[in-house]
Design a protein around this ligand. Sequence first.
Ligand code: ZN
Length: 78
Amino acid sequence: MDCDGAIHGVYHYLDGELTVWKRRAIRRHLDECPPCAQGYDVELEIRRVISVRCREEAPEDLRRRIAEAIGIDPRRGA
Ligand SMILES: [Zn+2]
Protein backbone atom coordinates (compact mmCIF):
# COMPACT_ATOMS: atom_id res chain seq x y z
CA MET A 1 0.00 0.00 0.00
CA ASP A 2 1.30 3.46 -0.89
CA CYS A 3 0.76 6.74 0.95
CA ASP A 4 -2.20 7.89 -1.15
CA GLY A 5 -3.93 4.59 -0.61
CA ALA A 6 -3.28 4.69 3.11
CA ILE A 7 -4.54 8.25 3.58
CA HIS A 8 -7.59 7.58 1.46
CA GLY A 9 -8.25 4.42 3.41
CA VAL A 10 -7.95 6.21 6.74
CA TYR A 11 -11.20 8.06 6.10
CA HIS A 12 -13.02 4.80 5.52
CA TYR A 13 -11.15 3.26 8.42
CA LEU A 14 -12.51 5.95 10.71
CA ASP A 15 -15.98 5.49 9.29
CA GLY A 16 -15.84 1.79 10.05
CA GLU A 17 -16.36 0.88 6.41
CA LEU A 18 -13.30 -1.30 5.92
CA THR A 19 -12.80 -5.02 6.14
CA VAL A 20 -10.48 -6.39 8.80
CA TRP A 21 -7.91 -7.18 6.13
CA LYS A 22 -7.90 -3.62 4.81
CA ARG A 23 -7.65 -2.18 8.31
CA ARG A 24 -4.57 -4.30 8.93
CA ALA A 25 -2.96 -3.13 5.69
CA ILE A 26 -3.53 0.52 6.62
CA ARG A 27 -2.40 -0.03 10.19
CA ARG A 28 0.80 -1.61 8.90
CA HIS A 29 1.45 1.29 6.54
CA LEU A 30 0.91 3.79 9.37
CA ASP A 31 3.39 1.90 11.52
CA GLU A 32 6.01 2.15 8.79
CA CYS A 33 5.26 5.65 7.50
CA PRO A 34 5.41 8.46 10.10
CA PRO A 35 3.95 11.15 7.79
CA CYS A 36 0.83 9.06 7.22
CA ALA A 37 0.58 8.14 10.89
CA GLN A 38 0.70 11.83 11.71
CA GLY A 39 -2.08 12.49 9.22
CA TYR A 40 -4.12 9.77 10.85
CA ASP A 41 -3.68 11.33 14.28
CA VAL A 42 -4.77 14.68 12.88
CA GLU A 43 -7.89 13.14 11.41
CA LEU A 44 -8.70 11.50 14.72
CA GLU A 45 -8.28 14.82 16.46
CA ILE A 46 -10.61 16.53 13.98
CA ARG A 47 -13.23 13.87 14.58
CA ARG A 48 -12.85 14.22 18.33
CA VAL A 49 -13.23 18.00 18.21
CA ILE A 50 -16.21 17.74 15.88
CA SER A 51 -17.93 15.15 18.06
CA VAL A 52 -17.66 17.55 20.99
CA ARG A 53 -18.52 20.71 19.12
CA CYS A 54 -21.17 19.50 16.67
CA ARG A 55 -23.89 20.04 19.24
CA GLU A 56 -23.07 23.72 19.15
CA GLU A 57 -22.21 24.56 15.54
CA ALA A 58 -22.16 23.22 12.01
CA PRO A 59 -19.68 20.34 11.83
CA GLU A 60 -18.95 20.75 8.11
CA ASP A 61 -17.89 24.33 8.58
CA LEU A 62 -15.80 23.51 11.61
CA ARG A 63 -14.21 20.59 9.84
CA ARG A 64 -13.30 22.76 6.86
CA ARG A 65 -11.77 25.45 9.04
CA ILE A 66 -9.69 22.93 10.98
CA ALA A 67 -8.55 21.24 7.79
CA GLU A 68 -7.50 24.56 6.27
CA ALA A 69 -5.70 25.51 9.47
CA ILE A 70 -3.59 22.38 9.45
CA GLY A 71 -3.11 22.33 5.70
CA ILE A 72 -5.01 19.25 4.53
CA ASP A 73 -7.63 19.03 1.82
CA PRO A 74 -10.95 18.23 3.50
CA ARG A 75 -12.37 16.84 0.27
CA ARG A 76 -9.61 14.28 -0.08
CA GLY A 77 -10.81 10.72 0.31
CA ALA A 78 -14.44 11.75 0.44
ZN1 ZN B 1 2.64 6.76 3.88
